[in-house]
Design a protein around this ligand. Structure first.
Ligand code: FAD
Length: 309
């Protein structure tokens, strides 16, 4: 039994979601865990201490191309004869997981939020996070895409070794014409704390309220769909059914009504705080803590209180 884990990197650093995937694989107790990354990386120790016993490094492939990456990962999986491939259910993971499963003729579970139980079943989020399904993956080979922020990162004392695997990097089918980088300080999907604003903030000129609070809490910023549709904020911040799904430890929603389509992307957050001047706002039903008040009054006071602490 062996497991291969794809660890995404950004600017040469392992992404948190990738480290969670390695820790998840280690806790499966299903055999040797090999981590795989592409291009510049942080080295062996960082993956060893969370449970990997080896690391495969593939050459840099330029901009992310799901066809190229999935083909390379599948080749490594076949070469090492692994039973299970674990990846994060990130943007990249959502792209490559089905392709890897197809190439390996493996069964696939995405949005996974539990370790396999004694029967080999895992729990996965379905219907935009409104329900959970218990699924059993048939067949000898499996691909598991695990939901970011669902598993802790282990801290073991273990050593690992580099492994060489020959792969043929395919041509890929997509030519990058232009890349517009998201400028947010903290990537939304990786953030532990997210401060989100809705139409109740009246206009883009008031977003300093959200940003100042986010700075105090080292948080990422997000918004509701109408806010990005009106171009008050970039589309990369739009959370919900048609936007990004997030699962931070703390989600603070300011001036957001709590429509079902918004909740679909944020309801798995560990703690939800809602700030809304309407006590009947539906979001309060999904909140762990609520403040009924005017955002223009509450937020500066909250930010000030945090600043003075
Ligand atoms: C197919 C489909 C997909 C959709 N996908 C998404 C999605 O992915 N994400 C998403 O967000 N929406 C989505 N929507 C839209 C969704 O239905 C709601 O219309 C939207 O979420 C409402 O955004 P909002 O809460 O910012 O605005 P509003 O509904 O206008 O709510 C504004 C809130 O601010 C409060 N408020 C006003 N002034 C203040 C103040 N001074 N202080 C404090 N509170 C104040 C109000 O009481 C109100 O509750 C989708 C809709 C459809 C039909």
């Amino acid at each position: 039994m062996a497991i291969l884990v794809f660890v995404e990197t950004q600017d040469g650093k392992y992404k948190k979601a990738g480290l969670e995937a390695v820790s998840y694989a280690a806790q499966m107790n299903a055999g040797e865990v090999t981590a795989l990354c592409i291009g510049e990386h942080e080295g062996l120790d960082a993956v060893a201490k969370i449970g990997a016993s080896s690391l495969v490094v593939l050459p840099d492939m330029g901009h992310f191309d799901a066809q190229k990456v999935s083909s390379a990962i599948s080749q490594v999986a076949s070469n090492l004869n692994v039973d299970t491939v674990v990846i994060s259910n990130s943007y990249a993971g959502k792209d490559i997981a089905p392709q890897i499963a197809g190439q390996l003729k493996a069964s696939l579970a995405t949005n996974v939020v539990s370790l396999p139980n004694a029967q080999g079943e895992v729990t996965r989020g379905v219907y935009s996070g409104k329900a959970f399904a218990q699924v059993k993956l048939n067949g000898a080979k499996k691909v598991l895409a695990i939901t970011p922020n669902s598993f802790d990162i282990l801290d073991n004392t273990q050593t690992a070794a580099m492994k060489e695997v020959d792969v043929t990097i395919s041509e890929g089918g997509v030519v990058l014409k232009e890349l517009k980088k998201v400028t947010g300080k903290i990537p939304l999907t990786e953030a532990e704390v997210v401060i989100s604003g809705g139409r109740g903030l009246k206009g883009p000129e008031n977003w300093n309220l959200v940003e100042d609070l986010a700075d105090e809490l080292n948080a990422a910023t997000a918004c509701s769909k109408p806010v990005s549709d009106m171009e008050w904020r970039p589309h990369s911040e739009h959370v919900g059914q048609t936007g990004i799904t997030i699962k931070p430890n703390l989600y603070i929603a300011i001036g957001i009504s709590g429509a079902i389509q918004h909740l679909a992307g944020v309801s798995s957050s560990k703690t939800i705080v809602v700030i809304n001047k309407d006590p009947e706002a539906p979001f309060f039903k999904a909140a762990d803590y609520g403040i009924v008040g005017d955002a223009f009054d509450v937020i500066p006071k909250l930010t000030e209180a945090l600043r003075n602490n």
